[in-house]
Design a protein around this ligand. Structure first.
Ligand code: HEC
Length: 252
């Protein structure tokens, strides 16, 4: 009897394990309403980013990696929203940006348009597309004045006791962090690839971040009835998770 119970338990663990891996290959499970809001904000953001890139070579250097990240976020958002045209445009935009063809990229950015459908697109390994890489994934976290989206600073400021939180802004930050962490998961750096334990640790940090961000997006989506203490608590946990990975894997 005892043996049978262990056997059953083993199967459950195995199934949960395999399921976890499959789930991981897809976009984070945020609500459709959150994805719809995110896609609108990210289209506007990538257009603003492109205007900056056209200002000067210095601005282009600062903003290009974030523009690339936004294009790749849009490609993932399009997958969830079943928007094949938007996904194709977003990937073309990422390619044009990779070639630093800012005139073409600006045109593409201005033509971006969301037209969601009921069925999500088949999931494909977006992290392998358009030469997207880790430094670009981390770029939106940088300070706004350095060409980032100020996410790291917002996480830190908003996780302080008594911080005034705008649930709509928190929802967008949380959703972006979830999607960026999905990309991070698939891009272990050299140190994370030294051995299996390191790779798994890298993946665990990323996965924990996806889950914490998902919870934060869910709470923030409640709008005026979102609980500030819950949001602050989650922002704190998110901040610690970023630091954990940096302490272990980032060399500087
Ligand atoms: C799984 C590991 C991991 C996680 C999780 C992670 N990072 Fe990073 N991050 C890195 C590594 C490695 C680098 C260095 C990348 C490089 O320079 O190639 C980095 C770089 C950065 C940079 C510098 C980018 C630049 O170009 O100057 C910022 C800012 C940053 N991370 C913020 C964050 C924030 C905020 C979070 C959490 C929401 C986070 N990171 C989560 C591993 C991680």
């Amino acid at each position: 009897m005892k043996r049978l119970r262990w056997w059953v338990r083993g199967c459950v663990v195995l199934v949960v394990g395999v399921w976890g891996v499959i789930v991981q290959a897809a976009a984070p499970k945020l609500s459709r309403a959150t994805y719809e809001r995110l896609v609108a904000v990210d289209i506007a953001q990538v257009q603003a980013c492109l205007s900056k890139c056209l200002e000067s070579a210095a601005e282009a250097r600062r903003h290009q990696p974030t523009a690339r990240a936004l294009a790749m976020l849009l490609a993932m958002e399009a997958e969830v929203l079943g928007d094949a045209a938007l996904q194709q445009q977003a990937l073309q935009l990422a390619e044009a940006l990779n070639k630093k063809d800012f005139a073409a990229a600006d045109k593409l950015a201005k033509s971006l348009k969301a037209s969601p459908s009921a069925t999500p697109l088949a999931s494909k390994p977006l992290h392998k597309q358009a030469g997207f890489h880790l430094e670009e994934v981390m770029s939106p976290y940088r300070l706004g004045r350095s060409g980032g989206l100020n996410i790291e600073k917002d996480i830190r400021d908003w996780s302080k006791k008594g911080a005034k939180l705008d649930p709509a802004a928190v929802e967008i930050l949380a959703a972006r962090t979830a999607l960026l962490s999905e990309y991070t998961f698939h891009m272990p750096n050299d140190k994370a690839e030294i051995n299996k334990a390191n790779t798994e640790q890298w993946q665990k940090y990323s996965q924990d971040l996806i889950e914490l961000s998902r919870q934060l997006a869910e709470e923030a989506a409640k709008g005026n009835s979102a609980n500030p203490a819950t949001m602050t608590g989650l922002l704190n946990k998110i901040n610690n998770k970023c630091s954990d990975c940096h302490n272990k894997f980032r060399d500087d």
